[in-house]
Design a protein around this ligand. Structure first.
Ligand code: SF4
Ligand code: SF4
Length: 91
């Protein structure tokens, strides 16, 4: 079995100053499943009493899962600016 945490230890991350994913919390407040909480492999989404979730773009693996599963269209999803974000290395 592949251990993702072991693979990721070789990766580098360069933080962009601006979030590459924007979340519309008005939509999140009426979300009944909050699937992003469990689907994001980097745990970028945390439960939040008022907004439903709270998003933190730091550590995002750019997998696109949250964009695919969000059926309320709450996410404006982009890749980080050139040179920023995750840089995968597997050895
Ligand atoms: S699945 Fe979409 S609408 Fe629901 S909480 Fe997550 S980001 Fe918000
Ligand atoms: S793109 Fe992937 S890693 Fe980034 S926030 Fe969405 S689910 Fe999490």
């Amino acid at each position: 079995m592949v251990d993702i945490s072991q693979r990721l230890k070789f990766s580098r991350y360069r933080l962009d100053r601006q979030a590459h994913i924007e979340v519309d919390y008005v939509k999140c407040r009426r979300c009944t499943h909050r699937a992003c909480l469990t689907a994001c492999p980097a745990q970028c989404y945390l439960a939040h009493a008022e907004n439903g979730v709270l998003f933190n773009y730091e550590g995002c693996l750019e997998c696109g899962t949250c964009y695919v599963i969000c059926d309320l269209g709450a996410l404006k999803w982009n890749y980080p600016k050139g040179g920023c974000g995750v840089n995968y290395r597997f050895a």
